[in-house]
Write a protein that binds this ligand. Sequence first.
Ligand code: PEP
Length: 254
Amino acid sequence: MALRKLVAGNWKMHGLSSDLAEILEIAAASQQYENVDVALCVPAILIERASRAVPDSAIGAQDVHHAEKGAHTGCISAQMLLDAGGALTIVGHSERRNAQRESDAEVKAKSEAALACGLTAILCVGESLDQREQGAAVSTVLAQLDGSLPERPASDAELAVAYEPVWAIGTGKVPTTVEVGGMHAAIRERLISRYGDQGRSVRILYGGSVKASNAAEIFAVPDVDGALVGGASLQAADFLPIVAAAAAAQPRAE
Ligand code: PEP
C-alpha cells in the first residue's frame, strides 16, 4: 500500500477569528489534492470555530494534557479536544520541550492520551545546533524517541513522528537532503525495531523552514512522508503550494 503524504500546519500563537478565512481557503483548495492529507493545528481557542467552519477538514491542537481531567489550570485534555471537533494534536514540540520544560516521559504520556481518544498524535523530536555540531544529532533524536514514543501505536488512531531540527525552526535554515534522509532512515529503523511491521506505516514528517521553494526537494527524500509547517502555514498563499508539492511527490510504498 502507498502511504499518502501528510502536510500539517502549526499556527503556534497566531490567529484570530478574522483568520478563519485563511482556513476556509486552505480547506477548499486542498480538496483538489485527493492524494494528500492536510491538517491545521490552530490555537486551542479557534479549534471549535475552525472545525465547524470546515467540518470535512482535519483541525487540531498544538498540545494536550496527559490527564483525562483534574486540577490542571489552563490545560486541555484529549477528550476536550475531541469534543471541540479536533482530529489531531502535536505533542512534544521543541518550543514546549524548551519553554515548558516538557520531558520525554510527559510527551509519551500525552501521545498515549491522544491516541487513546482516537486522535492523531504528531510527536516531535529534533536536535539543537550544539548537538548537531557535536555529532550527536542522531543519538539525541533516537533517545528522544525512546523516551517519548507511546508503548504501542493504536490500531484506530494514527501516530506520526515529526523530525524538526530545533535550529531549522523559524530560521530559514534547512538541513541538506542527505541529512534529512539520514535522520529519517534512522527514525524509521527505530520505529520498526520498536513496533515491528507497524513501524513501517508510521508517517515521518520533516519540519523546519519548509516553504514553497524547498518543499518539492524535501518531499523527494526517501522516508519523508510529509511536513509540519509553521510560518508558511499561516497564509493560504504560502501553504497551498506546499500541499501541491506533496501531491506531486511520489507516495512511499509501505
Ligand atoms: C514548527 O514550529 O513546527 C515549524 C516547522 O516552524 P517553521 O516552519 O516556521 O520553521
